[in-house]
Design a protein around this ligand. Sequence first.
Ligand code: SF4
Ligand code: SF4
Length: 224
Amino acid sequence: MIDYTQNLDQPVRNALTDNHQNERKLTFLERLYIPEILKGMAYTFKQMFKPDVTMRYPEERWDPPAIFRGRPVLVKDNGKERCVACGLCARACPPLAISMQAAETDDEKERFPDFFEINMLRCIYCGFCEEVCPEEAIVMSKDYDLVYHSRGDAIYDKERLLVDKEDLKDRLDFLKQYKNRQFGQFWNFKEENNIHSVRNRDENWDTGLSLVDMLEAKNKESKN
Ligand code: SF4
Ligand code: SF4
């Protein structure tokens, strides 16, 4: 242990001493080095006959699994964005990469983002935006090779962010499973639940109950 009372101008003894637990004495053969070099060469020779694990990028491209978090994108559902411009994703985003402006519409969902931007120079691919979105409107895509020619290029507007839901099927299916594992005891996560409207919000929702009370009420209902 370092004695902080000592003169700090003096060099402190390195913690890696002969007594260090991870150190061990080399055997005679190891000290000769030649057997170790031969062992290394044999290992390299063995690897030469194994299948390649590297890819010839960009000619060959890696298809990441559904759990992969690439560039965040907005989900386009039947030609329209699912986003209702609630602002939760912008609020949750640690580096403040998301900005948007809400506008009203006569559609069932009532609101939509007039503009929606993600500054990809700030994004840290944390997935918080996806996690908090109540509409499954922003998800992490498989897009991983991003190149920009200028700082302005890295700011993705709504048009560049929108991706058809059919192209995001893997991730949306993964999220369905993932969210049901987390919240399945309270509600069954379904895509059709994605349209939340304040016009009919209170029809089936008793705002006086906590989630635990709601679960109890639901259990009682199912027993009767
Ligand atoms: S992935 Fe994280 S950093 Fe990137 S936009 Fe979403 S919340 Fe922000
Ligand atoms: S959390 Fe979802 S619905 Fe709300 S603004 Fe973000 S993308 Fe849109």
